[in-house]
Design a protein around this ligand. Sequence first.
Ligand code: NAD
Length: 271
Amino acid sequence: MTTRIGVLGADGRMGRAIMRAIASRDNKSARLGAAVERPGSPALGQDAGVVAGTGAAGVIIGQGLPEKAAADVWIDFTVPAATLAAAQAAAARGVAMVVGTTGLSAPQKAELAAAAKQIPIVFAANTSVGVTVLLKLISDAARALGPGFDLEIVETHHRAKRDAPSGTALRLAEALAEATGRDLGATARYERHGDIGARSDAEIGIQSLRGGDVVGEHTIYFLGQGERVEITHRATSRDTFAHGAVRAALWVSGQPPGLYDMRDVLGFATS
Ligand code: NAD
């Protein structure tokens, strides 16, 4: 069976990578069903395949969300307001979704979870297989090393990235907080400047660097007395996120309603 995918944010860095990932699958499990951009986008009216660099695909980039007849599942890498509008429309039409957009506020995440009561949604700040494994590794490390180790995360991204810290860094921090029984809201430390005093045992530091064309780097530091452990993930190409998102789309279209993440898609144990 061929799953028809609607790509929202088709002319974005990720949208184009996702359309290339769909075109590169040699079996016929997925095909591009629709491609959508914001009103005013210069890509409107163009062939999506031409925009993605894969050659004419016969799908014209339009505005307004895809009809149910055009796509079985929508992949959204846009901006939070567009994601929420799409999720409500997907819930009304009974279409599954993969959401990779980051920077959603807590109320926006709650709205997404409400839509997921009606349709299956994979919501993943990072759709790479490597980061999904990293989440498990750092949870295990935090539990094994115990309270004598201070937890810090440093992330680096390209200069155009809008939100900080990255959604991936926040997800990694959540995993550390869960593994060590802390409340991230009370212990996350995003800035240090001036006479701030000594670090507390409970805090989880999250710092952001921005510049150049860095696709995405995250290092998690476990800083002890006389030793430290550093675990780093480096994404060198957006293709890793794009292939993960397409894999998630093929998986989610057959699932019952609910909010899922990449660990569900890849079948990893969640502990
Ligand atoms: P980008 O700015 O290159 O692309 C976003 C696209 O969305 C743009 O083309 C924009 O015109 C379009 N858009 C905005 N509003 C829209 C609307 N209402 N309808 C349709 N299209 C609309 O950004 P990007 O680098 O592709 O990243 C997009 C999002 O994905 C960001 O939140 C980023 O953090 C996130 N991201 C997630 C992962 C992951 O693995 N989950 C990986 C990379 C980026």
